[in-house]
Design a binder for this molecule. Structure first.
Ligand code: SF4
Length: 79
């Protein structure tokens, strides 16, 4: 289980947390993805599983270890 605190609903509104939590800002910006996910042309429609990336790499923005797309596959679909 991944348990990361992003705010406190007893002290903040959901909207305030959604709009201002640094972790959510980080996750929404696909330019922050690293490794294979960062280089992938599908990153704006996929982005990979952030939970798996965190568990396997220790980095929320790291590559998704369960990705089945070959590293160069996106180059072939762009033709
Ligand atoms: S999980 Fe795979 S397909 Fe999705 S963004 Fe990462 S590398 Fe691309």
């Amino acid at each position: 289980m991944l348990h990361l605190e992003i705010g406190d609903l007893k002290k903040q509104s959901l909207r305030e947390i959604w709009e201002n939590a640094e972790m959510l800002k980080l996750l929404r910006n696909r330019e922050n993805l690293k490794g294979k996910c960062g280089r992938c042309t599908y990153k704006y429609v996929c982005g990979g599983c952030r939970r798996a990336a965190y568990i396997f790499t220790g980095d929320l923005m790291g590559p998704d270890p369960y990705c089945w797309v070959e590293e160069n596959e996106e180059d072939e679909t762009a033709r």
